[in-house]
Design a protein around this ligand. Structure first.
Ligand SMILES: C[S@@+](CC[C@H](N)C(=O)[O-])C[C@H]1O[C@@H](n2cnc3c(N)ncnc32)[C@H](O)[C@@H]1O
Length: 311
């Protein structure tokens, strides 16, 4: 059964299934929905390398994709290390790359992973549950200023000072260990307005998750490091779910579309930069109303696609 509903599946993969042969990389394998669609709709000589840092996701995707075992390889790891993962798999050229960012519905729905304030669970939020700091560690070990910056910058939360003050007040009495404790504390200081479309803790949870998983930095590295592997006319498709991610993708594509980036007052180019990508989606592609009705998680998604050029 499909548990996580793949977002913008047809729209994204229309761009990726043009390859006749070679490797396509699904760097956010998750439940394997996008990979399955690629395998079903592409030439049998196209193979997919599925990457995920979550061992549970990899295991489930492997079971789902068993019928295609001859055409799929798996790599457990962070897409921030995409260059290493590709080399370890003997891959030096790829025909496509898809990044479907964030967490899967399955990760969100397991209380023990601590991603959601809909259930009580430990304040964990690590996509790779075997390493790195948890959300609880960050709440305990960051200075007030660091925590304010995380909540302001990664959550785009205006009330970051008030939230940190309340977190410190609560921590001075008892350790803050559970998702509901944190969500209730935030709700108490920011009662939801009748018109608010999201829970008052949404932005803070997003911020902590981004910090725990170093999401923005890994995205930047994956985009940059994949360039050398993209074959001529290979495509990169990125599905993002909030403006911080989308901005990184938009700016990266824009910069890679330019040749020289020297300041205008310099008469002769000294940067020697060459165009590497051509943007195929001038404006991001959004889900249809029908998809949003079927899967509310898709509502904020945006797809951008670029193609590798060699000049
Ligand atoms: C939105 S889900 C992908 C769903 C998948 N496209 C599908 O159709 O079933 C995102 C997945 O990417 C993984 N992920 C997120 N960031 C990652 C990173 N930096 N490195 C490796 N995997 C990552 C998460 O663990 C999660 O399983």
């Amino acid at each position: 059964m499909e548990y996580h509903q793949s977002v913008l599946k047809e729209e994204a993969l229309r761009y990726l299934i043009s390859a006749r042969e070679g490797w396509v990389v699904d760097a956010t394998l998750g439940d394997g929905g996008h990979t399955q669609y690629i395998l079903e709709n592409s030439n049998p000589d196209v193979k997919v390398l599925g990457i995920d840092q979550d061992p549970y996701a990899l295991k489930r995707a492997q079971e789902r994709l068993e019928p295609y075992r001859d055409r799929v390889a798996y790599a457990r790891g962070n897409f921030g290390e995409i260059a290493k993962l590709l080399r370890q798999n003997g891959i030096d050229k790829i025909q496509g790359l898809i990044l479907d960012l964030g967490v899967s519905s399955r990760q969100l729905d397991v209380p023990e992973r601590g991603f959601s304030f809909r259930f009580d669970g430990p304040l964990d939020m690590r996509m790779n549950p075997e390493c790195g700091l948890t959300a609880k560690d960050i709440l305990e070990n960051s200075s007030d200023k660091e925590l304010q910056d995380i909540i302001r910058d990664y959550g785009e939360e205006k009330n970051y000072k008030r939230i940190v003050r309340e977190i410190r007040k609560a921590q001075s009495k008892n350790p803050l260990t559970s998702t509901l404790q944190l969500a209730n504390l935030i709700s108490a200081v920011m009662p939801a307005s009748r018109h608010a479309r999201i829970h008052p803790a949404t932005r803070t949870f997003q911020a902590l998750r981004i910090a725990v998983n170093n999401e923005l930095q890994n995205l930047k590295i994956a985009l940059r490091d994949s360039l050398e592997f993209l074959d001529a006319a290979a495509r990169v498709a990125v599905i993002s779910f909030h403006s911080l991610e989308d901005r990184i993708v938009k700016n990266f594509f824009r910069e890679e579309e330019c040749d020289c980036i020297c300041p205008p007052k310099i008469p002769v180019c000294v940067c020697n930069k060459k165009q590497t990508l051509r943007v195929l989606t001038r404006r991001p592609i959004r889900p249809s109303q029908e998809e949003i009705d079927r899967n509310s998680r898709s509502a904020s998604s945006k797809l951008r696609v670029a193609e590798r050029v060699y000049v």
